[in-house]
Design a protein around this ligand. Structure first.
Ligand SMILES: Cc1ncc(COP(=O)(O)O)c(C=O)c1O
Length: 395
């Protein structure tokens, strides 16, 4: 008895069109090519190099040891939903209620749930490109259609053409999706642009799905722009978010959705028929992250700021490079004038200097010609990596 492949039969074509339409990830593609090489500095994945701090892991261990291993509240334990409300209140002011929050199995799953909640087969979701590719892929997985609107790169950085974004909205559009600060661009949508976007969605009766997972990683003056400052009761808005970045918890796979409370039951149903909730011992640890994690976040942001500086200085020395320091997140997205094909460039960086970067083409049509590096790493290692890139650019 065996499930090994039968060379005489092709099973993949028998899968659903939605499953077959899913693109291979351009991020995984480059990792598969370069992983495991000696002396390689991996700047490809969107995470720092620190493990989750002990004050968070200790709480998970305590909860496990206390036997909190049973089925759990599918919307999230009340303590965590309350802690999320408080966390938002501290950052944004305004009125937050535990009823607005549902705990999910990652930022990625929050996005899946949000799309499933608003879009059906054939519906369109409009979004700026380049973008984190998992969002358009998640749209495709539901049989809906991502409509990617290129963001332009100008000398002073990536700039959203808001008129172009609105022009892409048509009769089949159900939602606009935006990430701010952006991945991979680091672009931050201004507060007045956010006001225009939400006003547009109101007038056209569209959903807004917004991802502000990097909102603590902001390098501009004043508070980070946020759709939280624009939303009003009755708005068709879903916020997707994650514990991954602020608290170095990428491997935990816990996120959240903030939504109008009246959607709670439907969103809970989607969770119920999917994962049926997040393990309680992880949720307990997330409460501690929210309540005691401010110093750790400050250290993370300081490291990212230092990383941004190191990348900026290393790339400033070359006149072959197109690069503007990002306003937010922790990625440097740069182009090299003689290297129009970003996949070739990324593979060359691996082969020739042992640097793992992601080709911009992995982030959609707007990303070609650029590669992304993550600068949320310890400064010594990043300085070494950027030195290699700067020397390579001089060749
Ligand atoms: C913009 C953005 N949203 C969401 C996520 C997903 O986070 P998670 O690790 O929780 O799936 C990422 C991860 O890189 C991201 O860059």
């Amino acid at each position: 008895m065996s499930l090994l492949s039968d060379p005489g039969r092709q099973l993949a074509p028998a899968l659903s069109p939605e499953a077959r339409a899913l693109p291979d990830s351009g991020i995984i593609d480059v990792i598969k090519y370069g992983a495991g090489r000696a002396n390689l500095v991996p700047l490809w994945v969107g995470e720092g190099d620190l493990p989750t701090p002990e004050f968070i892991t200790a709480e998970a261990a305590r909860s496990l040891a206390a036997g909190e291993t049973f089925y759990t509240d599918q919307r999230g334990i009340p303590e965590l939903r309350e802690a999320l409300a408080q966390f938002h209140q501290r950052q944004f002011g305004g009125k937050f209620d535990a009823d607005m929050f549902l705990v999910t199995g990652s930022g990625m799953q929050s996005i899946q749930i949000a799309i499933r909640a608003v879009a059906s087969k054939g519906d369109e979701i409009v979004l700026p490109s380049p973008t984190w590719p998992n969002f358009p892929a998640a749209v495709i997985s539901q049989g809906a259609v991502p409509v990617e609107v290129p963001i332009g790169y100008a000398q002073n950085g990536w700039k959203l053409d808001i008129g172009r974004l609105f022009d892409a909205v048509g009769p089949k559009t159900r939602a606009i999706f935006v990430i701010s600060p952006g991945n991979p661009t680091g672009m931050v949508i201004s507060q007045s642009e956010m006001a225009q976007i939400i006003d547009f969605t109101r007038r056209h009766d569209l959903w807004l799905i917004t991802d502000e997972v990097y909102s603590r990683f902001f390098y501009g003056d004043g508070p980070v722009p946020s759709f939280w400052h624009e939303v009003e009761p009755g708005d068709k808005v879903l916020f997707t978010n994650t514990f991954s970045k602020n608290w170095a918890m990428t491997g935990w796979r816990v996120g959240w959705i903030a939504a109008p409370p009246e959607l709670g039951q439907t969103l809970e149903n989607i969770i119920h028929y999917n994962t049926s909730g997040v393990a309680k011992f992880m949720q307990r640890a997330c409460v501690v992250a929210l309540e005691e994690g401010e110093d750790f976040i400050a250290a993370q942001v300081a490291q990212a700021k230092a990383g941004r500086q190191i990348v900026g200085e290393a790339l400033a020395g070359s006149n072959r490079v197109r690069y503007a320091p990002p306003d937010g997140a922790f990625y440097g997205l740069f182009g090299v004038d003689t290297e129009p094909d970003s996949r070739t460039l990324a593979f060359r960086l691996i082969d020739e200097i042992g640097i793992g970067a992601v080709p911009g083409s992995a982030f959609g049509p707007g990303g070609e010609g650029f590669v992304r590096i993550c600068f949320q790493r310890n400064p010594a290692q990043l300085t070494d990596a950027m030195g290699r890139i700067a020397d390579w650019l001089k060749r």
